[in-house]
Design a binder for this molecule. Sequence first.
Ligand code: HPA
Length: 266
Amino acid sequence: MTAARIIRAAAGDAPIACAIVLGTGLGPLAEEVEEPVALSYADLPGFPPVGVSGHAGRLVIGTLEGRRVAVLQGRAHTYESGDPRVMKPVIDTLAALGVPRLLLTNAAGSLKPDMPPGSIMAIEDHIALFGPNPLIGLKGDDRFVPMNGAYDPVLRRVIAGGAARRRVALFEGVYAWVTGPSFETPAEIRALRTLGADAVGMSTVPEVILARHAGLAVAGLSMITNLAAGLAPHAPSHAETKAVAAAGASAMEAVIRGFLTECIDD
Ligand code: HPA
């Protein structure tokens, strides 16, 4: 049975308004889904094993802010296997379920001293010049996906409106994708800043490209967990990323809830 059939059999056929991928430290939001139906990635064919501390591997379907949502608690990263397509079965399953929009969250380093740890940044665009593209090897003309407006302008307005209503300060900026898992050098961070990036991280972008290929509308939110290499007196670390992301989870949750409240139903 395909993952989509297993999910329908467990959670029913009612349309899902939004899928949300929870990044590092943001997992607890999945516990707040009402009338939850939870499935382990291990029981969904094609779904990746999740091998990073701070990430569970669970899909939770239910209601948040009155909207039917599919919350993906944990993701697989390109740096775990070298394969940027590792989230393709997940994205394709969402498309098969008819999910129209995907909200991706992550933890990221800031390239701007005036966007300090604890800030939330709505992703307006990305730079992914250095990593492998997840569509490499696919056939057909639809692999040439335009990436203009990849972070849906309407959804970005909805996010900004929801954050303002809930009085959470929201930055907007460009996310630079690096594969990791090593952090960047200070010289790389200076180079990324010169290229126009505001934040840097090791996730999300392959999912955005795969989701645009699958026809989903996409939005992205970064939880800023640290100043990037060379901008802080200390080096970045995964321990800091997890701790600051967890500490900022309630602000991120408010932005996500604001987004769902304001989101127009199809
Ligand atoms: N660099 C890359 N990825 C990250 C960072 C960083 O500084 N912080 C959180 N994820």
